[in-house]
Design a protein around this ligand. Structure first.
Ligand code: ATP
Ligand code: MG
Ligand code: MG
Length: 361
């Protein structure tokens, strides 16, 4: 049979591995420990670091296609693998997605709006950027940030030298602060033949910079009505085509007060805001990823009911047993033994009758 290689051992890899098994594939996970969520459910596991070329070469021999489940992997090992086996999405997509400077330039190059931004490589750059974009604004490391880590808000009283030093980086961006109406995201899949399937845009609610709840579909109540969501879908499709993506792409956006979308960031992998698709769509995002990277026809992304996805973060995980007695609640746990504050332990999909909202096509 065919073997899918997954770089990274987290919950996104775990749910991809479960979907792969359903379609008869074996999964080989490359990660740090056999206890990681994806390693627990994989047929084969390599525990090695990303700079171990011998281990990477063996992995490339053992699998038919490689994908990854987090975007902060160093690109050198991914390039190394790409010389030996198909990597989907490719290393170039990963490189664009893991550097905010390249990412924002990519979207702006497609005439897609982002928050106004400036690259920042020094305190002098930061001072000039704050002069140009004003306060409040947000300073973010160009690389390796997640869950709001590696960001500082620049307010009226913020000392710029302190803000710059706190990031401990030589590459960052300053973004104008967006007074958004809501945050939404779109997940798009693109196959080896260029076919595209797009899920309904959803609303994302963050608590302490971590995704807490996803509402599917995103409500349609802004000044531009359905057009806002149509725009969000076309942004995602346009990006997937321009990247010649094979796999999944999640695009996070702000909806501003006038109902226009501004791209925040993208991730070329399954996304937490797509977990609702596991119980509410004809094809889950994980099955869709497997289909895309294995050269199979994409499945229908159609929403068959509405959904509210609640992340179980830290001690929230104890809600899972109570949820089992709710008819419309679907519990997903990630197999993490240790409960830690801020750690994503699982999620619950609450299903509701299908509404008229959402996009149709
Ligand atoms: P993730 O875990 O989604 O990868 P991240 O660390 O990469 O997070 P961002 O998604 O860039 O960070 O920002 C985290 C959150 O901070 C956003 O979802 C949004 O709520 C808020 N935020 C970020 N940038 C801005 C901005 N320019 N204006 C207003 N709010 C912002
Ligand atoms: Mg991010
Ligand atoms: Mg984000």
């Amino acid at each position: 049979g065919s073997v899918i290689g997954i770089l990274g051992g987290g919950q996104l890899g775990r749910m991809t591995a479960l979907a792969a098994a359903q379609l008869g594939y074996d999964v080989h996970v490359y990660c740090g420990s056999e206890d990681e969520p994806a390693a627990q459910v994989a047929r084969f596991v390599t525990t090695a670091s990303f700079d171990d070329e011998a281990a990477l070469a063996c992995f490339a021999e053992a699998v038919n296609v490689v994908t990854y489940e987090f975007e902060n992997i160093p690109t050198a090992p991914v390039r190394f693998l790409e010389e030996r086996v198909a990597v989907r999405p490719g290393a170039a997509v990963l490189e664009t997605g893991q550097d905010r400077i390249k990412e924002k330039a990519f979207f702006n190059g497609l005439d897609i709006a982002t928050a106004p931004w400036k690259p920042v490589h020094s305190l002098a750059d930061l001072e000039a950027a704050v002069e140009a974009l004003g306060r409040p604004s947000v300073l973010k490391t160009a690389r390796l940030g997640y869950d709001g880590k590696g960001q500082v808000r620049i307010d009226d009283g913020t000392d710029l030298a302190e803000a710059w030093d706190s990031l401990k980086t030589d590459a960052a961006v300053l973004e104008g602060f967006i007074d958004f109406d809501r945050e939404i995201s779109v997940i798009v899949a693109r196959g080896t033949d260029g076919a595209i399937a797009c899920y309904d845009p959803v609303e994302n609610i963050h608590v302490h910079h971590i995704l807490d709840t996803t509402i599917a579909p995103a409500p349609v109540d802004g000044p531009r009505g359905r057009q806002t969501l149509e725009d969000a879908v076309s942004v995602a499709r346009k990006a997937a085509d321009a990247l010649e993506l094979v796999g999944l792409l999640a695009v996070e956006m702000f909806v501003d007060r006038s109902g226009h979308v501004l791209v925040n960031e993208m991730a070329p992998r399954p996304h937490n805001s797509g977990h609702w698709t596991m119980d509410a769509c004809l094809t889950s995002q994980f099955e869709q990823l497997v289909r895309a990277i294995c050269g199979l026809p994409l499945g229908s992304p159609l929403r068959r009911c509405d959904c509210r996805m609640k992340n179980l973060i830290g001690e929230d995980v104890h809600q899972w047993q109570g949820a089992l007695s709710e008819t419309t609640a679907h519990v997903h746990l990630y197999g993490k033994a240790e409960v830690r504050a801020g750690r994503k332990m699982g999620h619950i999909n609450y299903l509701y009758p299908l509404s008229e909202d959402g996009h149709h096509g």
